[in-house]
Structures are given as structure tokens and as C-alpha cells.
Ligand binder design. Structure first.
Ligand code: ARG
Length: 291
């Protein structure tokens, strides 16, 4: 198996902003010039793919499907760790049709030997994949967003399946409807986050687990640019066009920041992280699981 990070993306041929299931979505702006927006989306997708390849990533692209425009956000398809995938389940009706498509894609990945096991969530839970369940490479556990799209109890289901600790964080604000819109743990142990996204209890959880010096608070402008929705590959961070201040803050800590214009996808409430899904994240076995 290649040592390169392997990342899944979905071809944007069927992408559009056709409905509103989060406060970012602008179907009217999309329809005002759907053809030009479609071309811009294609360019933005290629720019992101190019930035990832430039950062040393191998990108695997699957087809989208007519009528399922948000398939371009495969972060929501599953949680993947150590060659095991737990398929997501969507709360909005508009996205439920994606579940079978992504299940087929994962079955293909299993047949190709990329993934060993593909599993379904227990009934009755919503869990929108890595968009709401982010591996922290420095602390060695998942952080799970809940309260907007994913169920609180899904955090326990993920913990059971992977045998890893999952720290639930309640999301307090509809603008931050997935954890990845407001929270990004970096390889060096820093956490880039938007404080207004979280309940007081979630904030104290974050602040209790990461030293203050490691917490980087994103500004309102960073949140509005969806730059926190970033992909970190070693010391390179790929994100939607960052503010100068955010770029400087990250560069001071030794990161190389690659900004990509993702405007057409921001019209749907998504940016770099949610347009990707890391397929070959591998971590050491947990020493012990706590009861
Ligand atoms: N329009 C999509 C939705 O609302 C955007 C999803 C972006 N994904 C993410 N993980 N933030 O579901």
C-alpha cells in the first residue's frame, strides 16, 4: 500500500445548490447563473484536487449522481479509521439518497483492498460521517459534533465500533451545523476553532483537553470564509481562501497554508475538509478501552 495519504473526492458534474438545509445555502444565487456557477465549481474542484496532490496526497475521485448535489461532500459519507468504515446516516431527507451511493463506493473500495470492513450504524441514529467526527492526530481520539445533524448517541456508537475515545461536543449555532465548519485539530496539536459555535459545556471540554497555547480562535471573518474547514497534510494546510491574519497565525506556527478559491461550494455551506474524506488514516491500537 502506498504511504501517501489517500483522499476520496466526488466529481462535481452534478453539483448545484438546489435546496436549503443549512443557513449558508443560496439556491437563488446558484440559479441566477447555473451554467457559470457549474463551470466555477469545476475549476474550484480542480484547484482543490491540485492543491492536495501538491501536498503529497493521492486523490481517488468517484462519480456523483443526478439529483444528489451534495455528494461532492464525501466527508459526510462515513467515519474511516484503520481500514474500517462506518457509513454515515443523514438527518436531512434531501441527502438520504446519498447513503446507498456511498455504500456502493465503499463496497468497491473494499473489493479493491483499500478498506477491510464497511459497517452500518445502529438504527435510530444520525451520524454525518467525518464532517461530524474528526480524528485528532495529536490527542489520539475523535471529537464528535452533535445537536445539529448528528445524534449525541452516535458518538457512543463510533466509540464502540472503533474502540477509541470519542469526545462529544454540542454545537450551539445553525451556522456551524457540522463540527468541521468550526473545528480543526492540527497535526502539531493545535486546534483551530470558532468559539461561538459551541455550548459552554463543549467549550470547557475543548479547553480542558488542549492547553490554551494550542488553541487558535478563528475570527468571525475566518468562520465566514469557511477556512476552518481545512485539510492538514503534515505541515501543509489546504483551506478556502484564508484571511491574512489566519495565514500569519498558522505560518508563525510552522505551517504552510495553501488557499483555494472555493466560492461555488461555499454557496452550499461546504469547503475543503468536507469535499474530502481521508481513506487511509492509520493509528496504533488503543492501549485499553475505558468502560
Ligand atoms: N450542503 C451540504 C449540507 O448541508 C454541505 C455539507 C458540507 N459538509 C460538511 N461536512 N460541512 O449537508
Amino acid at each position: 500500500m502506498s504511504a501517501k495519504p489517500l483522499i476520496l473526492m466526488t466529481d462535481p458534474a452534478w453539483f448545484e445548490v438546489a435546496y436549503e438545509i443549512n443557513p449558508w445555502m443560496r439556491p437563488t444565487a446558484w440559479r441566477a447563473d447555473a451554467a457559470a456557477n457549474g463551470r466555477a465549481a469545476r475549476r474550484a474542484f480542480e484547484a482543490l484536487r491540485g492543491a492536495l496532490i501538491g501536498a503529497g496526497v493521492e486523490v481517488c475521485v468517484i462519480e456523483g449522481a443526478r439529483g444528489l448535489p451534495d455528494m461532492v461532500f464525501p466527508a459526510n459519507a462515513a467515519v474511516v479509521l484503520n481500514r474500517r468504515a462506518l457509513l454515515g446516516r443523514f438527518r436531512p431527507l434531501e441527502r438520504r439518497g446519498e447513503e446507498d451511493r456511498f455504500a456502493d463506493a465503499f463496497e468497491t473500495l473494499r473489493r479493491r483492498g483499500v478498506i477491510d470492513e464497511v459497517a452500518r450504524l445502529p438504527a435510530g441514529l444520525f451520524q454525518e460521517g467525518a464532517g461530524d467526527c474528526i480524528w485528532d492526530p495529536a490527542l489520539g481520539h475523535f471529537w464528535a459534533g452533535w445537536g445539529q445533524r448528528s445524534s449525541r448517541a452516535a458518538a457512543d456508537a463510533v466509540a464502540d465500533f472503533f474502540g477509541r475515545e470519542v469526545i462529544p461536543l454540542e454545537l450551539a449555532n445553525p451556522r456551524f451545523y457540522h463540527l468541521d465548519t468550526c473545528f480543526c485539530p492540527l497535526p502539531g496539536g493545535e486546534i483551530l476553532y470558532c468559539p461561538p459555535a459551541f455550548t459552554p459545556a463543549a467549550l470547557s471540554e475543548i479547553r480542558g483537553r488542549a492547553p490554551a497555547a494550542q488553541l487558535i480562535a478563528a475570527s468571525d471573518a475566518d468562520a465566514a470564509a469557511l477556512s476552518v474547514n481545512a485539510v492538514a497534510i503534515g505541515r501543509t494546510i489546504v483551506m478556502a481562501s484564508p484571511t491574512a491574519a489566519l495565514r500569519r497565525a498558522l505560518e508563525r506556527r510552522g505551517y504552510r497554508v495553501v488557499g483555494v478559491d472555493l466560492a461555488p461550494f461555499i454557496l452550499s455551506g461546504g469547503a475543503a475538509f468536507c469535499m474530502t474524506l481521508r481513506l487511509n488514516l492509520a493509528v496504533e491500537p488503543a492501549l485499553a478501552t475505558t468502560a
